[in-house]
Design a protein around this ligand. Structure first.
Ligand code: FES
Ligand code: FES
Length: 134
């Protein structure tokens, strides 16, 4: 079996939603101290819907594929849906990641939550802390 699924290869070589949103409503930046990967996710929000999302990831193939997939999964979705996005769901959507690379998908989940938290904080929106816990 190949180490990486076709979907991972596809999202790594042709990542979706790469870039930066200049007037983002929320920005989430997370990192993994062990491997040094950094992931940044930008969101635009209108009426509680994530209307646009972009990412920049300095990291391994799995981290890039995970961010690409995560952005596709939350784009156009209500915030509540985006907060339900688990790293497991990202891994499943990618048809799996090698076990040592599962932590890369955790970054994607954390980055989405961090972006929503930033949006909530900037707009003085109250939220239950557990909602945004990793
Ligand atoms: Fe080097 Fe993830 S381990 S980029
Ligand atoms: Fe660290 Fe991929 S190796 S996020």
């Amino acid at each position: 079996m190949a180490l990486y699924s076709e979907k991972v290869m596809d999202h790594f070589t042709n990542p979706r939603n790469v870039g930066k949103i200049e007037d983002a409503d929320g920005i989430g930046e997370v990192g993994n101290a062990q491997c040094g990967d950094i992931m940044k996710i930008y969101i635009k929000v209108k009426d509680d819907i994530i209307t646009d999302v972009k990412f920049n990831t300095f990291g391994c193939a799995s981290a890039i594929a995970s961010s690409s997939m995560a952005t596709e999964m939350i784009k156009g979705q209500p915030i509540s849906k985006a907060l339900e996005l688990s790293n497991k769901a990202v891994v499943e959507a990618l048809d799996g990641l090698p076990p040592v690379k599962v932590h890369c998908s955790v970054l994607a989940e954390e980055a989405v939550k961090a972006a929503v938290k930033d949006y909530y904080d900037k707009n003085g929106i109250f939220y239950e802390p557990e909602l945004l816990a990793p």
